[in-house]
Design a protein around this ligand. Structure first.
Ligand SMILES: [Zn+2]
Length: 365
């Protein structure tokens, strides 16, 4: 099972491989054009493919590239599933929907954020309400993304960050850094000033493909947290709800629940989880969603990569000669690209999707 040739070297190749796989498998596709362009002027889009009957009551959904550069992982899996499983893996009443590159800008530019600078996992908030204020971020914003990115400049910024961390403690420090902020559009973990293009596009896709279905499973592929190559199914449902019980029934004992503090990622407002879960509600639709988080390297190196990426786009030239090393570090952090890592992604991805399809057949539990 699985073929690591499904993984691509860049966004455009990923898109080409995805479209080729959809044609071979007989899936129908729709393109959602993104207004931005890639670093070589290439067109960007989210492409959606559906396999199975239009009116199937049960649907399994995979999403790649919520965090842009993390799309290498999910895209490779989607291509492999279409090529090696296809409609033979679907019961008659079940369709499969593939959302390829929901954040095509981030994928193409090797970034985590969207063209609006949004971390999509902070963007699914109620934009009609005042945004939460992250006081901690305000205090350290200039040191997280310092204008002077020379070795001396970074050392000085790091010293100030270390002093701040000592003053407030680890929990408050990490909340300040990565809890999300709505004040610095060119800063880290920016949640946005409105629904981003990717958010609106996901909304439209859910309305078109999933509204009114009885049972829907969504698997949102991510990378960067946890042990190298291991895929952790993370759920953000409130504990002991029907949805949290379904997550466990689908994916068993490997499921971790952020609301129980078991996960590599924290529960917070604005997560991608809240996108589909606000639109699809019981009793009309039983939605069972997980984030499938594949480990790469440690958090510290991820943090370094983000800082350089934000520096490049705020103070540097994203098309200049300083861009290539920054992008190389980002890419390796979120897509190690070794054969054993790819094999692990495919094995786990197929297992999780197969379990989801089996779970959908059970309906209410
Ligand atoms: Zn992610």
């Amino acid at each position: 099972m699985g073929n690591i040739q499904a993984f691509a070297a860049d966004y455009s190749e990923a898109r080409d491989k995805f479209l080729a796989a959809t044609r071979l498998s007989g899936a129908r596709t729709v393109r959602y054009d993104n207004p931005a362009k890639g670093p070589r002027g290439e067109s960007l889009s989210t492409d959606v493919a559906r396999l199975g009957l239009d009116d199937a009551s049960k649907v399994v959904v995979t999403i790649s590239s919520t965090h842009g550069v993390e799309g290498y992982c999910g895209s490779g899996f989607q291509v492999d599933w279409l090529a090696t499983v296809g409609s033979a893996g679907l019961p008659a009443n079940t369709a499969a929907v593939f959302i390829h590159a929901i954040n095509p800008y981030g994928f193409a530019w090797t970034r985590r954020v969207t063209e609006e600078g949004n971390d999509l996992n902070r963007n699914y908030v109620d934009h009609g309400k005042p945004y939460p204020v992250n006081e901690g971020y305000l205090a350290i914003a200039e040191d997280l993304v310092p204008a002077d990115f020379s070795r001396q400049g970074l050392e000085a910024a790091d010293a100030r960050l270390a002093a701040y961390r000592k003053k407030v403690g680890d929990v408050a420090f990490f909340r300040a850094v990565s809890g999300g902020q709505y004040s610095h559009p060119d800063g880290m973990f920016f949640g946005g000033g409105g629904p981003s293009w990717s958010n609106r596009t996901l909304h439209a896709i859910v309305e078109t493909y999933l509204k009114g279905r009885s049972d829907v499973a969504v698997i949102d592929f991510h990378t960067g947290l946890g042990p190298y190559g291991y895929g952790e199914p993370i759920t953000h449902y409130d504990i002991d709800t029907p949805a949290s019980r379904r997550v466990r029934a689908f994916w068993g004992e490997s499921v971790t629940e952020s609301k129980r503090g078991q996960t590599a990622s924290q529960a917070r407002d604005g997560l991608g989880h809240h996108g589909p879960n606000r639109l699809l509600r019981e009793p009309e639709t039983r939605l069972t969603m997980c984030t499938l988080e594949f480990g790469t390297f440690d958090r510290e190196s991820g943090h370094k990569a983000f800082r350089a990426d934000h520096w490049l786009h705020k103070y540097g030239d994203p098309l200049g000669k300083e861009a290539a090393p920054v992008r190389a570090v980002m890419r390796r952090q979120f897509y190690p690209g070794t054969d054993d890592w790819k094999e692990a992604v495919l094995f786990r991805g197929h297992q999780i999707v197969r379990q989801a399809i089996a779970g959908l057949q059970r309906g209410a539990i």
